[in-house]
Design a binder for this molecule. Structure first.
Ligand code: PRP
Length: 179
Protein backbone atom coordinates (compact mmCIF):
# COMPACT_ATOMS: atom_id res chain seq x y z
CA UNK A 1 0.00 0.00 0.00
CA UNK A 2 2.75 2.47 0.92
CA UNK A 3 4.02 2.32 -2.65
CA UNK A 4 0.73 3.85 -3.87
CA UNK A 5 1.17 6.92 -1.67
CA UNK A 6 2.75 10.03 -3.16
CA UNK A 7 3.31 11.77 0.20
CA UNK A 8 2.23 11.62 3.81
CA UNK A 9 -0.13 14.47 4.62
CA UNK A 10 -0.77 13.70 8.31
CA UNK A 11 1.48 11.44 10.35
CA UNK A 12 0.32 9.01 13.00
CA UNK A 13 1.70 11.29 15.69
CA UNK A 14 0.01 14.44 14.38
CA UNK A 15 -3.26 12.55 14.20
CA UNK A 16 -2.92 11.15 17.73
CA UNK A 17 -2.25 14.62 19.17
CA UNK A 18 -5.21 16.14 17.37
CA UNK A 19 -7.59 13.37 18.40
CA UNK A 20 -6.50 13.78 22.02
CA UNK A 21 -7.20 17.53 21.86
CA UNK A 22 -10.62 17.00 20.26
CA UNK A 23 -11.51 14.43 22.93
CA UNK A 24 -10.48 16.82 25.70
CA UNK A 25 -12.59 19.64 24.23
CA UNK A 26 -15.63 17.38 23.82
CA UNK A 27 -15.21 16.10 27.40
CA UNK A 28 -15.23 19.68 28.64
CA UNK A 29 -18.25 20.71 26.56
CA UNK A 30 -20.31 17.64 27.48
CA UNK A 31 -19.32 17.32 31.15
CA UNK A 32 -22.96 17.40 32.31
CA UNK A 33 -24.52 15.48 29.40
CA UNK A 34 -24.40 11.90 28.17
CA UNK A 35 -24.09 12.35 24.42
CA UNK A 36 -24.61 9.72 21.77
CA UNK A 37 -21.47 9.60 19.66
CA UNK A 38 -22.62 8.69 16.18
CA UNK A 39 -20.19 6.99 13.82
CA UNK A 40 -21.04 7.47 10.16
CA UNK A 41 -19.73 4.29 8.53
CA UNK A 42 -17.55 3.26 7.04
CA UNK A 43 -14.89 5.96 6.79
CA UNK A 44 -15.23 7.17 10.40
CA UNK A 45 -14.64 3.88 12.17
CA UNK A 46 -10.97 4.45 12.96
CA UNK A 47 -11.38 8.09 13.99
CA UNK A 48 -14.41 7.11 16.08
CA UNK A 49 -12.52 4.35 17.90
CA UNK A 50 -9.67 6.71 18.79
CA UNK A 51 -11.94 9.66 19.60
CA UNK A 52 -14.22 7.86 22.08
CA UNK A 53 -11.15 6.70 23.97
CA UNK A 54 -10.03 10.31 24.23
CA UNK A 55 -13.40 11.31 25.74
CA UNK A 56 -13.60 10.85 29.49
CA UNK A 57 -17.25 11.67 30.21
CA UNK A 58 -20.06 9.08 30.00
CA UNK A 59 -21.37 8.64 26.47
CA UNK A 60 -23.09 6.01 24.37
CA UNK A 61 -22.26 5.08 20.79
CA UNK A 62 -24.31 4.29 17.73
CA UNK A 63 -23.64 3.63 14.07
CA UNK A 64 -25.20 4.83 10.85
CA UNK A 65 -24.33 3.99 7.33
CA UNK A 66 -25.05 6.33 4.48
CA UNK A 67 -23.90 6.11 0.93
CA UNK A 68 -23.05 9.06 -1.24
CA UNK A 69 -20.18 7.90 -3.42
CA UNK A 70 -19.78 5.00 -5.82
CA UNK A 71 -16.39 3.52 -6.63
CA UNK A 72 -15.24 6.82 -8.16
CA UNK A 73 -13.66 9.87 -6.61
CA UNK A 74 -16.53 12.40 -6.77
CA UNK A 75 -19.85 12.68 -4.98
CA UNK A 76 -22.93 11.58 -6.91
CA UNK A 77 -25.06 13.95 -4.82
CA UNK A 78 -27.26 11.11 -3.66
CA UNK A 79 -27.55 10.31 0.04
CA UNK A 80 -29.19 7.14 1.23
CA UNK A 81 -29.44 5.75 4.78
CA UNK A 82 -28.24 2.16 4.48
CA UNK A 83 -28.10 1.41 8.22
CA UNK A 84 -30.09 3.42 10.73
CA UNK A 85 -29.89 3.99 14.51
CA UNK A 86 -30.64 1.26 17.02
CA UNK A 87 -32.13 3.71 19.54
CA UNK A 88 -34.36 6.75 19.78
CA UNK A 89 -32.55 10.07 19.58
CA UNK A 90 -35.39 12.08 21.10
CA UNK A 91 -34.09 14.49 23.71
CA UNK A 92 -30.51 13.23 23.33
CA UNK A 93 -27.39 15.22 22.56
CA UNK A 94 -25.75 13.87 19.42
CA UNK A 95 -22.20 14.23 18.22
CA UNK A 96 -21.91 13.06 14.63
CA UNK A 97 -18.45 11.77 13.83
CA UNK A 98 -17.27 11.96 10.23
CA UNK A 99 -13.95 11.20 8.62
CA UNK A 100 -14.28 13.91 5.98
CA UNK A 101 -16.54 16.80 5.11
CA UNK A 102 -16.48 17.33 1.38
CA UNK A 103 -19.47 18.73 -0.55
CA UNK A 104 -21.46 18.78 2.71
CA UNK A 105 -24.37 16.89 1.18
CA UNK A 106 -24.15 13.89 3.50
CA UNK A 107 -23.92 15.90 6.70
CA UNK A 108 -26.52 18.45 5.73
CA UNK A 109 -28.96 15.63 5.01
CA UNK A 110 -28.10 13.73 8.20
CA UNK A 111 -28.38 16.77 10.45
CA UNK A 112 -31.77 17.68 9.01
CA UNK A 113 -33.01 14.11 9.45
CA UNK A 114 -31.80 13.80 13.05
CA UNK A 115 -33.15 17.22 14.02
CA UNK A 116 -36.55 16.17 12.71
CA UNK A 117 -36.38 13.12 14.99
CA UNK A 118 -36.21 15.36 18.05
CA UNK A 119 -32.55 15.34 19.09
CA UNK A 120 -31.89 17.91 21.83
CA UNK A 121 -28.72 19.09 20.08
CA UNK A 122 -26.53 17.99 17.22
CA UNK A 123 -22.84 18.72 16.94
CA UNK A 124 -20.56 17.68 14.14
CA UNK A 125 -17.04 16.42 14.70
CA UNK A 126 -15.16 15.89 11.48
CA UNK A 127 -11.63 14.56 11.31
CA UNK A 128 -10.92 16.31 8.00
CA UNK A 129 -12.51 19.26 6.25
CA UNK A 130 -12.12 20.10 2.56
CA UNK A 131 -13.77 23.55 2.50
CA UNK A 132 -12.84 24.14 -1.16
CA UNK A 133 -15.26 21.43 -2.16
CA UNK A 134 -18.30 22.65 -0.20
CA UNK A 135 -21.56 22.82 -2.15
CA UNK A 136 -24.00 22.82 0.77
CA UNK A 137 -23.12 24.89 3.88
CA UNK A 138 -22.63 22.86 7.06
CA UNK A 139 -21.93 24.11 10.58
CA UNK A 140 -18.86 22.33 11.93
CA UNK A 141 -18.50 22.15 15.71
CA UNK A 142 -15.20 20.27 15.94
CA UNK A 143 -12.71 19.89 13.13
CA UNK A 144 -9.38 18.06 13.13
CA UNK A 145 -7.55 19.28 10.05
CA UNK A 146 -8.35 21.39 7.01
CA UNK A 147 -7.00 19.60 3.96
CA UNK A 148 -6.44 20.60 0.33
CA UNK A 149 -8.49 19.20 -2.50
CA UNK A 150 -6.16 16.26 -3.12
CA UNK A 151 -7.13 12.60 -3.32
CA UNK A 152 -6.35 11.36 0.17
CA UNK A 153 -6.60 7.96 1.78
CA UNK A 154 -5.82 6.28 5.09
CA UNK A 155 -7.00 6.47 8.70
CA UNK A 156 -10.42 5.25 7.51
CA UNK A 157 -10.53 7.00 4.14
CA UNK A 158 -10.67 4.74 1.13
CA UNK A 159 -10.17 4.59 -2.57
CA UNK A 160 -12.38 1.87 -4.01
CA UNK A 161 -12.76 0.49 -0.45
CA UNK A 162 -9.02 0.03 0.00
CA UNK A 163 -6.32 1.91 2.01
CA UNK A 164 -8.62 2.46 5.05
CA UNK A 165 -6.13 0.57 7.23
CA UNK A 166 -3.19 2.92 6.57
CA UNK A 167 -2.33 4.41 10.00
CA UNK A 168 -1.62 7.85 8.48
CA UNK A 169 -3.31 10.08 5.88
CA UNK A 170 -1.56 10.17 2.53
CA UNK A 171 -2.07 11.55 -0.95
CA UNK A 172 -2.74 8.79 -3.44
CA UNK A 173 -0.60 8.63 -6.57
CA UNK A 174 -2.73 9.65 -9.58
CA UNK A 175 -1.49 6.55 -11.41
CA UNK A 176 -3.62 4.48 -9.00
CA UNK A 177 -6.96 6.05 -9.93
CA UNK A 178 -6.17 7.07 -13.51
CA UNK A 179 -5.78 3.44 -14.55
C1 PRP B 1 -17.51 10.05 2.73
C2 PRP B 1 -17.44 10.60 4.15
C3 PRP B 1 -18.73 11.33 4.29
C4 PRP B 1 -19.02 11.81 2.90
C5 PRP B 1 -18.62 13.23 2.80
O1 PRP B 1 -18.20 8.86 2.78
O2 PRP B 1 -17.32 9.57 5.10
O3 PRP B 1 -19.76 10.49 4.74
O4 PRP B 1 -18.23 11.03 2.00
O5 PRP B 1 -18.86 13.72 1.53
P1 PRP B 1 -19.87 14.91 1.24
O6 PRP B 1 -19.51 16.03 2.19
O7 PRP B 1 -19.56 15.24 -0.19
O8 PRP B 1 -21.26 14.44 1.44
P2 PRP B 1 -18.28 7.83 1.56
O9 PRP B 1 -19.59 8.02 0.89
O10 PRP B 1 -17.03 7.91 0.76
O11 PRP B 1 -18.40 6.42 2.27
P3 PRP B 1 -17.44 5.68 3.30
O12 PRP B 1 -17.49 6.46 4.58
O13 PRP B 1 -18.06 4.33 3.44
O14 PRP B 1 -16.06 5.64 2.70
Amino acid sequence: MNRDIERVLLSEQEIAEKVKALGAQISKDYADKTPIIVCVLKGSFIFMADLVRAIDVPCTVDFMSVSSYGAGTTSSGEVKIVKDFDQSVEGRHLIIVEDILDSGRTLSYLMKTLKARGAASIALCTFLDKPERRVVPVEVTYSGFTVPDAFIVGYGLDYDQKYRNLPYVGVLKPSVYEK
